[in-house]
Design a protein around this ligand. Structure first.
Ligand SMILES: [Zn+2]
Length: 145
């Protein structure tokens, strides 16, 4: 697997803060958790990381562990592999988490023709060489991660 490192010169400003704060996402994946940013002022939850809350503008935040449950907001089915590593995961989904934020991932454990908008899904995690990646699979009950 290829890990893409940040190419931005983030030596002294908000870029540096934003890049460093993103480590909580990867640490969470290694611990089998999806960790979101929760605004310490207004409580709104966001993903991807942002230096300031898009709702109230506060820079204060706290980590919020998502339930791992969500639903398919949108999806595409790839007809040819973009990278060899994704060849076995041809369904790319935009998942809306129960907490509200949406994230792009892969849907596995399902026939691509059975995927539907609104399908309940639950997070699952794959270990890679130096990290873990979050993917989703269909959720048939009130599933846990
Ligand atoms: Zn806020």
């Amino acid at each position: 697997m290829v890990i893409v490192k940040c190419q931005i010169d983030c030596s002294d400003d908000a870029w540096h803060t934003a890049c460093m704060e993103a480590d909580y996402i990867w640490d969470g994946y290694r611990q089998r958790r999806i960790v979101l940013q929760g605004c310490a002022e207004c409580g709104s939850v966001r993903f991807l990381p942002a230096h300031r809350c898009p709702t109230c503008g506060s820079a204060a935040w706290r980590p919020v562990t998502a339930s791992g449950n969500g639903s398919v907001y949108s999806y595409i089915i790839t007809r040819r592999p973009v990278l060899p590593v994704v060849d076995r995961f041809p369904v790319i989904v935009l998942v809306e988490l129960e907490e509200g934020p949406r994230l792009v991932s892969n849907l596995c454990g399902v026939n691509p023709t059975d995927v539907r908008i609104g399908m309940p899904v639950v997070a699952c995690f794959d270990d890679e060489e130096e990290t873990a990646l979050v993917r989703f699979r269909p959720r048939t009950t009130a599933g846990a991660m």
